[in-house]
Design a protein around this ligand. Structure first.
Ligand SMILES: [Zn+2]
Length: 162
């Protein structure tokens, strides 16, 4: 849904070069994602990789016990990262996680309620996966800067810091 004004974080300098963007496939947020990227001055400057669960998907969907449900998704993501680096010289990766993610309930059986505690638990789960993916990206190419965000269903965005 398009909103007149969303709340976006501004406590960082937006990238000056091209970016690889990883998001979930959730159809409710596609226009909100474009709006956020426009806000960061990145219109037409990002390669968009879409995977169910965003970081969760790009990690190959690590289930409890650390077994990857879809290890080939991780290979696919890293291949896309390599392609984005060589084709567009990307130096930054944006990971946009989102609340109420169907992949979390369908793929790893994790659901979150709407209470304050549940919302914190949801944020922590997304931050953990984004951080793990950030490490994986760093191991692939140490100079890439990774920023992760959590979007809610209004399209509001917060920075996931670690
Ligand atoms: Zn999702």
């Amino acid at each position: 849904m398009r909103h007149a004004k969303c709340n976006f974080p501004t406590n960082y300098a937006p990238p000056r070069g091209n970016v690889l963007l990883l998001t979930c496939m959730d159809l409710r947020l596609m226009d909100d994602i474009v709006q956020f990227m426009d806000h960061d001055g990145l219109a037409n400057r990002y390669d968009h990789v879409v995977m169910a669960g965003a970081a969760l998907g790009a990690l190959g969907v690590p289930a409890p016990g650390r077994i990857q449900v879809y290890p080939h998704w991780q290979t696919t993501f890293l291949d896309h990262l390599d392609a984005a680096v060589s084709l567009h010289g990307i130096e930054d990766v944006y990971i946009i996680e989102h609340r109420d993610c169907g992949a979390y309930s369908k793929l790893i059986n994790k659901t979150f309620g709407t209470s304050f505690e549940e919302q914190r638990r949801e944020l922590r789960a997304h931050r953990r996966h984004a951080r793990l993916l950030g490490r994986l990206i760093g191991a692939r190419k140490a100079t890439i800067k990774v920023r992760a965000f959590l979007m809610d269903l209004r399209g509001d965005v917060e920075l996931l810091d670690w």
